[in-house]
Ligand binder design. Structure first.
Ligand SMILES: [Mg+2]
Length: 441
């Protein structure tokens, strides 16, 4: 048995925890550089604001409809997510964190007749302890748990598509066949986890509109006409588990840190500062997953949307002589690449650093060998140990005081960094000492 715990309108809910005056009012969170809406409260959806709507098209609603638009605050969302996940983990013995606001919980060993009550308790604990409204779906497969969550989330929307009693917590395991058949007939096939718009449209043209229609098909037909993946979904909807709980996701195969600039960047010094920031952050992520890299990729390009700008895009791949996790070596390689790709009088709008060729780093490899030309010390064992301690200290400071507290030479310090338009960002209420709210308005 599986549960799927999901925070409702997660980014908006995180903001509302600390700004309760935003409760019940239309709220959107904007993408990097305040470009477009990437999260919407129910009230914002009711105003007809689409996912991805450009800010300039909805800006007038701030005056006419009381809309609030905020810049993203991933420090806040990440921290609130950790808190929510910790409480959600109390629901069962295993947890797979599926996204920033969703996790699967493995429920084996828990008495079936207690599941609904347990889920209600977790639902209330998350709301009480973190302030995040949430829904929980339970089912014998991951796909059914996901579907139960969808029902729990939509059951109290208007017009009511599902019985109100299923709102917030919905447990397929507590239903009889007739109740399940009713829900399957009421739910569009496109609402099922993993069935995208294109497949849903194809199925509809074949007369398969609801889950009930889909379950009437024959498994072999589904595989032959569509795919093995869709056949898996078919089995899962029939209550036959095919998807396992993935509670130990492997390390990422590549690490990327890329950003669009709020204002175009032309000077080499500014671009070097940005690249240093990106490489530093990527190296931090690399060490968090205990990996090392053997290839540093740097790219920078102009905007395809700015007419009149000379178009330019360049990517440089630098293989490292030996794998490393040292920020200084990675930044060094990235800056040499930047020297090669930089052209004056170009208005750069986006740049990034990617780390490829990742391998696991073993504890015995206490330090990387920096055999790169610009920094080729002959390292003794004690030097290696010191180098690794330096990286550990760098990570500890970044985790505690924020990225940009300690920076390498070419990087501007945190308060004068290359500009990103995030004019409407809320404080880091839970992670920055100076931002801790003294009173909640
Ligand atoms: Mg959600």
């Amino acid at each position: 048995m599986f549960a799927l715990v999901d925070g409702n309108n997660f980014y908006c809910s995180c903001e509302r925890v600390f700004q309760p005056r935003l409760q019940g009012r239309p709220l959107v969170v904007l993408s990097n550089n305040d470009g477009c809406a990437i999260a919407r409260s129910e009230e914002a959806k009711a105003l007809g604001i689409a996912m991805g709507a450009p800010y300039f098209q909805i800006k007038h609603l701030e005056k006419t409809a009381g809309l609030t638009a905020l810049s993203t605050n991933f420090t806040l969302y990440g921290d609130m997510s950790n808190r929510m996940m910790e409480v959600a983990a109390l629901l069962g013995p295993e947890q797979e964190i599926y996204s920033i606001d969703e996790c699967f919980i493995g429920l084996h060993g828990i008495a079936a007749d207690t599941l609904t009550a347990r889920a209600w308790r977790t639902h209330r604990q998350i709301a009480q302890w973190t302030g995040i409204p949430n829904c929980i779906g339970i089912g014998p497969t991951k796909t059914l748990a996901k579907l139960a969550n969808h029902i729990a989330k939509t059951a109290d929307r208007k017009p009511k598509p599902y019985p109100h009693i299923l709102a917030k917590v919905c447990n397929f395991a507590a239903m009889n066949e007739q109740q399940k058949a009713y829900l399957f007939a009421k739910t569009a096939i496109g609402d099922v986890w993993g069935i995208g718009r294109r497949i849903a449209r194809q199925l509809q043209t074949e007369g398969v509109c609801s889950i009930a229609d889909f379950l009437q098909l024959n498994a072999a037909t589904v595989r032959k006409r569509w795919s093995v993946v869709l056949e898996t979904t078919w089995h899962e909807l029939h209550g036959q588990p095919c998807l396992q709980l993935d509670n130990q996701p492997g390390p990422k195969q590549q690490i990327a840190f890329t950003r669009s600039f709020g204002q175009p960047v032309t000077s080499q010094a500014e671009l070097a500062s940005a690249i240093t920031t990106f490489a530093t952050r990527a190296a931090h992520k690399l060490r968090q997953q205990h990996s090392q890299t053997s290839q540093v990729v740097v790219f920078a390009r102009t905007s395809p949307f700015r007419q009149g700008d000379t178009p330019y895009a360049r990517t440089i791949v630098t293989p490292l002589l030996s794998p490393t996790n040292d920020t200084r070596a990675i930044v060094g390689a990235a800056l040499v690449a930047l020297q090669q790709l930089y052209r004056p009088h170009i208005r750069y709008c986006k740049a990034g650093v990617l780390l490829l060729g990742l391998t696991e780093r073993y504890a015995s490899q206490s330090a990387p060998q920096m055999e790169l030309e610009w920094e080729a010390p002959l390292e003794s064992t004690s030097q290696k140990a010191r180098q690794q301690r330096l990286m550990t200290a760098l990570d500890a400071m970044a985790n505690r005081f924020g990225h940009g507290t300690v920076v390498l030479g070419p990087q501007l310090s945190a308060n004068q960094q290359w500009p990103m338009r995030q004019a409407r960002q809320s404080p880091c209420y839970t992670t920055r000492l100076s931002d801790i709210p003294l009173a909640i308005m």
